[in-house]
Design a protein around this ligand. Structure first.
Ligand code: SAH
Length: 342
């Protein structure tokens, strides 16, 4: 039998497995408590487990966290964590501190297959999905290694979460479960480049996670170039799924929009974006482009960005400008790439 990370299992699955060796379901609860409450990941230190249970668990599972290879701080207090996975691939998480918010930006895949024109994560293509345990490990490392309490979790690191639907949903389930990490679902945000079937599946799953959609253009011809998956799921279908998401979950969808100088930042683009957001009842979050080596996009001047925002505000649409953090350590939005392969 292959040895698997025990953090891939839900409580029910572990109870069932332990029942198979004649153990009481309570043992599964005890193991969950060690890992998710007490941050103990060595089975030998789980002192209330019987010898037999421990022997079984050790033969079937691992629990250790992934090794944090590097911790790179920046002067704005953003910290990038670089983890080495079991197969020696690397992933990154970013801890962003702003005011009373402590946000952890987690990765869901090694690489990315969607190749958005301005993003570093897809430049070298897709390598593999992360397991639920590898996603949770990013959360657990912060909990055990740092004293700060994370207030918000965002699936905005490397990868496309809806392209790794099952593992991401499993990880979110464990983050949210009172038996595991007990993180409020309102504190978890999933961001997608617009995989319409995934958005539908998500709203039907019953897990009311916050949804962000990386829009970046409110016209199909431009979005086809910037976010190529738009050729498969064009704006009309994407808007419909966002609108349904709001109706079904009651959660306001956020439209993410990276301002690219002279590409999507003209007043007419602002009006188109505002119209879309009002039609589907979404709020807009603008991000200034963070430079990526090898790409020739530019970041608009702050006066150009202000005009863009004011055009949106004129219409009454809800808009914020996200302060970009971490760019000096290449940890800002869109700058995470396949480290170790450069
Ligand atoms: N694949 C998902 C999750 C990644 S989230 C998604 O696309 O939503 C990362 C966010 O940063 C996305 O909104 C993405 O479009 C944005 N982004 C990518 N490259 C960027 C860059 N160079 N500057 C600023 N934001 C960028």
């Amino acid at each position: 039998m292959a040895v698997t990370d025990i953090k891939n299992l839900t409580l029910e699955e572990l109870e069932k497995e332990l029942a198979g060796i004649g153990a009481r379901p309570f043992s599964a609860k005890q193991i969950f408590e060690w890992m998710y409450r007490k941050s103990v990941f060595d089975f030998d230190h789980m002192t209330n487990l019987s010898k037999d249970i421990r022997a079984h668990i050790k033969s079937a599972h691992t629990a250790a966290l992934d090794r944090c290879e590097k911790k790179i701080p920046s002067s704005d207090k953003t910290v990038k964590y670089l983890y080495r996975l079991d197969d020696s691939r690397f992933i990154e998480s970013v801890h962003i501190r702003a005011g009373d918010r402590d946000t952890l930006c987690v990765s869901s895949q090694v690489g990315c297959r969607f190749r958005c024109a301005f993003c570093a994560s897809g430049m070298k293509g897709f390598i593999r999905n992360l397991s639920a345990a590898e996603i949770l490990n990013q959360v657990l490392y912060l909990k055990t290694a740092e004293n700060r309490k994370i207030t918000n979790y965002v699936f905005m690191g490397m990868g496309e979460p809806l392209d790794n639907y099952d593992n991401v949903l499993r990880a979110i389930g464990l983050m949210n479960s009172p038996d595991a990490l007990n993180i409020g679902i309102r504190n978890i945000t999933l961001s997608t480049c617009g995989l319409v079937p995934g958005i539908k599946k998500l709203m039907d799953s019953g897990i009311k996670v916050n949804l962000s959609v990386s829009l970046h253009a409110a016209r199909d011809d431009l979005r086809n170039r910037l976010v190529p998956v738009n050729r498969k799921y064009p704006l009309a279908a994407l808007y419909e799924s966002c609108s349904d998401y709001f109706k079904k979950t009651g959660r306001l969808v956020t439209l993410e929009y990276v301002l690219l100088e002279n590409v999507n930042d003209a007043p007419k683009d602002a009006y188109a974006l505002a119209r879309a957001s009002k039609k589907i009842n979404a709020k807009i979050n603008l991000i200034l482009y963070n430079p990526v080596k090898g790409l020739s996009f530019g970041r608009p001047s702050s006066s150009r960005a202000s005009v863009f925002i004011s055009k949106i505000r004129e219409t009454g649409a809800k808009v914020t400008l996200r302060e970009s953090r971490g760019s000096e350590i290449m940890a800002a939005c869109g700058q995470l790439c396949l480290a170790g392969t450069k």
